[in-house]
Design a protein around this ligand. Structure first.
Ligand SMILES: O=C(O)C1=C[C@@H](OP(=O)(O)O)[C@@H](O)[C@H](O)C1
Ligand SMILES: C=C(OP(=O)(O)O)C(=O)O
Length: 455
């Protein structure tokens, strides 16, 4: 196996082609090693925590993508110095956050849920706006939480303005976080900076994406913050300082999903180097999920994970509440399985980048699959699939799902693959290089041949 390298960080960022993209079919079983860029979730937490710390921090292997660019720019609006000109980024916190500006959240959940809490600490009102599509994403419980802390908030969804104040003491805040774990993470990030700390409780339906909350807690603790999460749905953060910390971000395991799934679907073999032995990223369960679909899993001595496809794609019954961002890719594999699959626990992804349950059902049905949307998930009945346009709804993971189906179904056209820029601008170059390896060409040959490049 050869290695598909990432473009060097100092080069112009990779960009996906704009417009309709005919998803390439696999010329042979995929065999490749794919290095995936840094985790979105870890990068944006590392940036926010560095901004809240008592001194400068360095972030290595930070993800350079739209969501993290918006976070860096949002922090700059609040007066944080972010030097991202080199391979590692240097973040220097200001003496106090400066208000008066507008933060563009794009479509990034981590920006729209993590930066309003920081705005509470600013010296003047901060406005928040984003993509029009982001106006539909739920914000109410987070903004209620900020109001409970004593902030003034105009509006209950984007766009809105947050006005903090010197008299924010913190203490008990109860919210219903059943529509997003990010409200909890956002409030916890500032807990130590409140005079009385924070006693945050969740009261409502089941909480999604708990590993992402565990990630927040672990990253706070690594910076010396005391967090007690021993009681279910309650987090107590003691007041104190947040220490600066130099960190190296893990590879984004959720963005590894379509590449590993490519091995499972084509009977090939894909390795991802530096697969962590343990992680708070929900993608750590991918090997287990792909195994349920029938793939073989090997943890290599050098730290890589290898997924090898077998003769069969089995149907699965799975609760993805803890790893809901994997749903589009899991649904794409399920559409190609031998029998009916059931996905549960993901009702809240109606509020992700788009209504993902509706988007997945509509697009799979457009290719011939029968799909039932349930209260909390999907029932997927595979059929013989045909080609057609795969709409992404500006959702990077919908684009990944379309590319995956296009590997084994002729004439699938992804309407806007450029939306992969949200968390992985390298998606198309890496995908193309992976296919080039399968065809026995080197990635360099593919890049040098304009006829082979994606349209
Ligand atoms: O905190 C985070 O980094 C994230 C939390 C999850 O959000 P939800 O709890 O809204 O699903 C996840 O789906 C999203 O991709 C990233
Ligand atoms: C739900 C996702 O993103 P966001 O951080 O915008 O919520 C995702 O990346 O799948």
């Amino acid at each position: 196996m050869s290695t598909t390298p990432l473009p060097p960080r100092s080069a112009e960022p990779a960009t996906a082609p704009s417009g309709a993209w005919p998803a390439p079919t696999a010329p042979a079983p995929i065999r490749a090693t794919v290095r995936v860029p840094g985790s979105k979730s870890e990068t944006n937490r590392a940036l926010v925590l560095a901004a809240l710390a008592t001194g400068p921090s360095t972030i290595t292997n930070g993800l350079d993508a739209r969501d993290t660019r918006l976070m860096r720019d949002g922090l700059r609006t609040l007066g944080v110095d972010v030097d991202d000109s080199g391979d590692s980024w240097r973040v220097t916190p200001p003496a106090g956050f400066t208000g008066g500006g507008t933060v563009d959240c794009g479509l990034a959940g981590t920006v729209m849920r993590f930066l309003p809490p920081l705005a509470v600490l600013a010296d003047a009102p901060v406005a928040f706006d984003g993509d029009q599509q982001a106006y539909a994403r739920p914000m109410g419980p987070l903004l209620d939480g900020l109001t409970a802390l004593g902030a003034r908030v105009s509006g209950d969804a984007l766009p809105f303005t947050v006005t903090g104040g010197a008299d924010l003491t913190g203490g008990l805040v109860t919210i219903d976080a059943s529509t997003s774990s990010q409200y909890v993470s956002g409030l916890l990030l500032i807990g130590a900076r409140l005079a009385e700390g924070l006693d945050l409780r969740h009261a409502g339906g089941d909480l999604p994406s708990r590993p992402h909350i565990a990630m927040t807690v672990a990253m706070l603790r690594a910076r010396g913050v005391e967090v007690d999460d021993s009681e279910t749905d309650r987090w107590v953060v003691r007041p104190g300082t947040i220490a600066p910390l130099d960190v190296t971000v893990e590879p984004d395991l959720s963005n590894a999903a379509p590449f590993l799934a490519a091995a499972a679907l084509t009977g090939g073999s894909v390795s991802v180097p530096h697969w962590p032995a343990e992680s708070n990223q929900p993608g750590i369960v991918l090997p287990h999920i792909l195994q349920q679909f029938g793939a073989d899993i090997t943890y290599e001595d050098d730290g890589a994970l290898t997924v090898t496809g077998t003769d069969e794609i089995d149907s699965i019954e799975i609760d993805l509440r803890d790893a809901s961002e994997l749903t589009p890719v899991v649904a794409a594999i399920a559409a190609l399985a031998a029998d009916t699959s059931h996905i549960h626990g993901v009702g809240h992804i109606r509020g992700h980048e788009t209504d993902r349950l509706a988007a997945i059902a509509t697009e799979l049905e457009g290719l011939g699959v029968r799909v039932k949307v349930t209260d909390d998930g999907l029932v997927i009945h595979p059929r013989l699939l045909g080609g057609g346009t795969w709409h992404t709804y500006a959702d990077h993971r919908m684009a990944q799902a379309g590319a995956l189906i296009g590997l084994v179904v002729e004439d699938v056209v992804v309407d806007d693959v450029a939306c992969t820029d949200k968390t992985m601008p390298e998606f198309v170059p890496l995908w193309t290089a992976m296919l080039a390896e399968a065809a026995g060409e080197s990635a360099a040959e593919i890049a040098a041949d304009p006829d082979s490049a994606p349209q």
